[in-house]
Structure formats: C-alpha cells, structure tokens
Ligand binder design. Structure first.
Ligand code: NAD
Ligand code: DAU
Length: 339
C-alpha cells in the first residue's frame, strides 16, 4: 500500500482528486485532511467513507496547526503528502489577504517541516498558473519564467512555491510542484466564474461580467488536472515544477454566452460590472514539458466538458441549494455530534 495524505480534500479539486485516486490507484490508502472552511464541504466526500472504508479516512484539521500536523504526520507513515489546502479565491484575497498568507504560506511551511522531520518520501505542492503573472495578447507561460504574481492570492501561492524550492535546495527534500490553469467541473464552489454563471442563469438572475469580459483564461476539466497531479506524484523529477493546461483559451464573455445558450436564457441577463482590481488579462499554459517528459496531456474537449458540467449542476440542485442557503456548514456538526 502507498500511504497518502491529501490536504484540502473537501474542496473542489481535492474532492475530484480523491475520487480519481480511489478509483484508479487500488493500492493507495488516502487520508483526507481538511479544516472545512467555507469552501470545504464534507458532503462532497460522504460516499467515499462508505465505498472505500479500508482505503479512505477523513481528519478535520488545520494545516497551520504545527503540533497537530507534526503529530499526524509523525504517527502515520505517509509515502506522499499532496497539498491542495488553500484559500483559493482571488476576489476574497483582495478584500482580506491575512488568511491567504496564513494558510497558503505558513501552512505550507508547517507541512514541509513535518514532512522533512518524519521522512515522508515525497511532497507535492499544487500551485497555479497565476504565479507567472499576466500575459498580453500572445505567448504562453513556461516553467522557466520568473514568478510575477499580481494578486494577494497568487503572491501567497508564489511564496509557497519558493518555500518548496528552498526546502529542496537547503534540506534535500524530495518535492515536486504542479502549476495548473483554470479548472471547471463537478463540485466547484459557486463563487467561481463557471458555477456562479450557471447557477445565476438557472435562477434567471443577472450574470455579472467583470470589466469588458475580454479577459482570457485557459480552461481545463478538473479530472484532467487530477490525472496530471497523480502523474507528477508518480513520475515527476524532484525539484521540478510542471505546467498543466487544457489548451482551451476563452474570453470570459464567450463562456457566459455559451452558458446562456445551453440553459436557454437571454443574453440580456449579462451585466458588465466594475472590474476586479489588478485583473490579470490573459493566462495560457505551455504544458509541453509534462507532455514530453511524463506523457500527460489533457483529454477532455472544452465544449463537452462544459456541457457535462452544466448537466451536473442541473442534476445536483440539492448540493448547491444547501451551499447557497449555508446549510452545508452544519453537516459536520450533525455527522460528528455523537462521535
Ligand atoms: P477550494 O477553495 O475549492 O478548496 C480548498 C480546500 O482547502 C477546502 O476544502 C478548505 O476547507 C481547505 N482548507 C482551506 N484552508 C485550510 C487549512 N488551513 N487547513 C486545512 N484545510 C484547509 O480550492 P480548489 O479550487 O479546490 O483548489 C485546490 C488547490 O488547487 C489550491 O491550492 C489552489 O490554489 C489550487 N489551484 C486551483 C485551481 C482552480 O482553478 N480552482 C487552479 C490551479 C490551482
Ligand atoms: O488560473 C488558476 C486560478 O483560477 C486558480 O489558481 C484559482 O484558485 C481559481 O480561483 C481561478 O482564478 P480566477 O481568478 O481566474 O477564477 P475566477 O473564477 O474567480 O474568475 C475567472 C475569470 O472570470 C476572471 O477573469 C474573473 C472573471 N469573473 C469572475 C467572477 C467570479 C467575472 O467576470 N465575473 C465573476 O462573477
């Protein structure tokens, strides 16, 4: 058995990653550590404990809590720690950077110290394309570029990447970094562009597009990202960072119009609203390194992935209604009240 700690497993990508691992790596045993912040939803992983009782378990905890992390990592003999726990929303980081520094920087330092002390074989940090900054109309990000983050969120992620680099260089830690572009798919928290627009459109509410809607993101279906994370964990060279992208560059306005068409809603719902401060214009990933060296490339076509994602949100109204009403946050208390 390969013993794995996944942090942030009750968030969007973590939930999809746990499912990918449990379905595709029968010899991996996974502990999911999550603090259950506003973005962590225990209901996302509820079925996993029932389906994989011997290979999956959940622990509630905070990656910045050094004694707790030291105890957990010291007690279990993990082969691999994959860190997805983070504050992930750019808009929130503009309104309050403190928790981003705490979780995304200090939390990574706490994990690195424990991994080093207890001899975990490999650490994988899930990072983002936003550490490279913003592109103009042409070109793409490659791993050799200097880090030039523009938002408090991306600055905190870049700081974490540099900490990982420092532990590799100074302590000889075995660690790898993945840097991925914008994900979409099932279980994404409805503060992010695609689920927010899908749910507003379903409800016939206004669709708030920042600025002129011409900003470009490079979209990847979440399962492609998860397969890439596992590929880097298994085959990546220690000390290396690997870009992942979906090869699907889209202007925001194009995505919102497509969602209107899918849901048969008029484009008159679209409202151009005040722009995000410091809004990065364009992201595009050059993922040739991971394709060449590790044999990974994205598989899901954007139009098909988006259609499937919209179908998922239509079919899972109870899931998102409980988030919109705030009910999902009481679930842990109910589930664990008498444990
Ligand atoms: P998310 O916000 O949906 O989930 C984050 C999870 O981390 C939640 O379950 C939350 O409860 C948990 N968490 C937060 N603070 C914690 C703490 N201190 N201790 C333990 N758990 C904590 O985020 P996501 O979109 O799933 O992103 C996951 C990772 O992938 C993040 O590191 C993010 O930077 C990175 N990433 C995201 C994208 C994207 O498009 N969403 C793209 C590239 C990289
Ligand atoms: O690129 C990877 C990053 O993608 C991840 O590291 C982040 O965790 C993730 O949140 C995401 O960041 P973005 O800022 O690109 O995602 P968001 O969904 O917030 O916004 C996508 C684009 O849509 C961006 O140009 C802003 C715009 N937008 C967003 C919202 C929420 C709108 O126009 N209206 C909106 O209401």
């Amino acid at each position: 058995m390969t013993e794995v700690l996944v942090t942030g497993g009750c968030g969007f990508i973590g939930t999809n990653l746990l499912r990918y691992i449990l379905e595709n790596r029968p010899d991996w045993e996974v502990v999911n550590l999550d603090q259950l912040t506003y973005a962590g939803n225990l209901e996302n992983t509820d079925d996993l404990a029932k389906r994989y009782p011997a290979r999956y378990s959940f622990v509630r905890g905070d990656i910045t809590d050094a004694p707790f992390i030291d105890e957990l990592i010291g007690r279990r003999r993990f082969d691999l720690v994959m860190n997805l726990a983070a504050e992930s929303h750019v808009d929130r980081s503009i309104h309050g950077a403190g928790v981003f520094i705490r979780t995304n920087v200090q939390g990574v330092q706490v994990l690195l110290d424990a991994v080093l002390k207890h001899g975990v074989k490999r650490f994988l940090q899930v990072s983002t394309d936003e550490v490279y900054g913003s592109l103009g109309a042409s070109g793409s990000f490659h791993e050799g570029l200097p880090l030039a983050p523009n938002s408090p969120y991306s600055a905190s992620k870049a700081a974490a990447d540099l900490l990982v680099r420092a532990y590799i260089h100074t302590h000889g830690l075995d660690a790898v970094i993945t840097r991925c572009s914008n994900n979409y798919g099932p279980y994404q928290f409805p503060e992010k562009l695609i689920p927010l627009m899908v749910l507003n459109a379903i409800k016939g509410k206004e669709l708030p597009v920042y600025g002129n809607g011409r900003n470009v993101r490079d979209w990847i279906y979440v399962e492609d990202h998860c397969r890439g994370i596992v590929t880097v964990a298994e085959k990546g060279v220690s000390g290396e960072a690997y870009n992942l992208g979906g090869g699907a560059e889209k202007e925001n306005i194009e995505i919102v119009r497509t969602i209107c068409r899918h849901l048969n809603r008029p484009e008159t719902l679209i409202r151009f609203v005040k722009d995000r401060p410091g809004h990065d214009f364009r992201y595009a990933m050059d993922h040739s390194k991971i394709t060449r060296d590790l044999g990974w490339s994205p598989r899901v076509d954007f139009d098909e992935g988006l259609a499937e994602t919209i179908v998922w949100y239509l079919a899972n109204e109870t899931w998102w209604e409980r988030i919109l009403s705030g009910d999902y946050r009481n679930y842990y208390e109910r589930m664990y009240a008498d444990r």
